[in-house]
Design a protein around this ligand. Sequence first.
Ligand SMILES: [Zn+2]
Length: 582
Amino acid sequence: MFMSMPISIPARPRRRAAAIAAPFVLIAAANAFAQAPPAPADLILTDAVVHTVDVNRPTAEAVAIRGDRIVFVGSERGALTYRGRDTRVIDLAGRAVYPGFIDSHGHLAGLGNSLRVLDLVGTRSLDEIIDMVEERAASVPAGTWIQGRGWDQNDWSDTRFPHHRALSEAVPDHPVVLGRVDGHALLANAKAMEIAGITNETPDPEGGRIVRDPETGEATGVFVDAAESLIYSHVPAPNKEERRQATLAAVNELLSWGVTSIHDAGVGLGTIELYKEMAENGEFRLRNYIMMSSSQGTLDHYFERGPEVGLYEDHITVRSIKMVADGALGSRGAALLEPYSDEPDHRGLVTENPERIEAVAAEALERGFQVNVHAIGDRGNRIVLDAFEEALAQVPVADHRFRVEHAQVIHWQDIPRFAELDVLPSMQQTHQMSDMYWAIDRLGWTRSRGAYAWRSLLETGVVIPAGTDFPVESVNPFRTFLASITRSDEEGWPAGGWFPEQKMTREEALKSMTIWGAYAAFEEDLKGSLTEGKLADLVVLSQDIMAIAPERILDTRVEMTVLGGEIVYTGPGAEALTKAVR
Ligand SMILES: [Zn+2]
């Protein structure tokens, strides 16, 4: 299972010289003085309930860290033998410690972008929205576009489409564009319409509508469907500094949820360069396993260059390729073998030529890359498995760890093929939580039994790395944990769970968020468990999710996130904790 690949991949760059020298110093010291204490740790966490996710020592009381590595996991007494004059010791007063969470499928740039845009979901009135826009306008220079999305006039006391007047009076100097929750309409202010050159004479475009005041004929600011691009086409793409700021915000969001590693799905060369530049400057405080986009230019670049593994002290790795075989279930784009149950003439969309998936996979095998293909429908999944099987027959590589991203609906005959081909189903438990309300409409009962089929897959011997697909779902790892073990929503519906036979155990759920994610990135020797020698990435939680009742799981707070031995996030409840350093 852990055979090395026949293709040579670049060695991980060496870290600090001290870390390499330390073991020799230790050995020398141990020989000279049998009782000599170990080299002191930089940080020791004591009085903790530590869930290590290491089968050799599942639980512990304390962890000692030197540099970016864990040097000891075990008893409090054992940890304190690593205490030196400059060691920081934090008493966690019984709090729970876990390996830093690994989100195995998300979109960092997408998250950054969503944080730049005002989140209007759940707003109760236009006035509330205007307040939010005014507040943002006060913090950015005049002329800067302000964007938002998520309003729904059906949630307001006045359920008619809004008019721009009050918004334009409150925010006259910034162009404002606010998308409706479904993306099919927007509200623009006067400044935005002025920039877009909208007048009473502007005609409705084909397939779209400019909503107008029935008396004056003036645009009300609401643009529907194809008319939206009259405004959106004037919104400038974010410049590099804005993208950098957005990335920093996204990284901080992830750290605040205890996520220390992500697998970033579908990243282009320009964005990879930005992340490298930030890492070079020490401001990329997250470990990013990048799945490059499969545009031909990106593939050509990396096929020539080869994988980049463990750059910037294990902060950036580029060794996998993201492809997309079909669409999504909600919009009936997922490719199904049989027609949709609620649209009998339609079997979804295949978005990539299966022969190209096979060709890219074969070349990736030759050049030491992993291939991760989005497939949601049972036809999409079969296309990908067939393509992988063909590529592997041409270029046999034992330890390829190819992945299907989402693997949502799988024909029962294809479920064992994941294990047979050593292909990993990379899944998002919260999609089950979000989709279950309508999934049976799309799929019917029988096919739904093969949907989000975690237990059926685990029983074949595969592991399931867990992701959230952020920003599609919230980064919140506790939602993933809750969905995994209950298959119910936040309110506990349906009682007992949706196809409850597919639930994960708590141990499996935790592994899917940690060590299985590490395995899916060839990093199980580096992270994913709290084990001596591994990276010191861990999270301190306010309560023990392995022990509390399911209905309390979403109340869990992240109190501290440690990345490579550094405390990179402290939650409101933990300030006292870090001050009370012994
Ligand atoms: Zn995605």
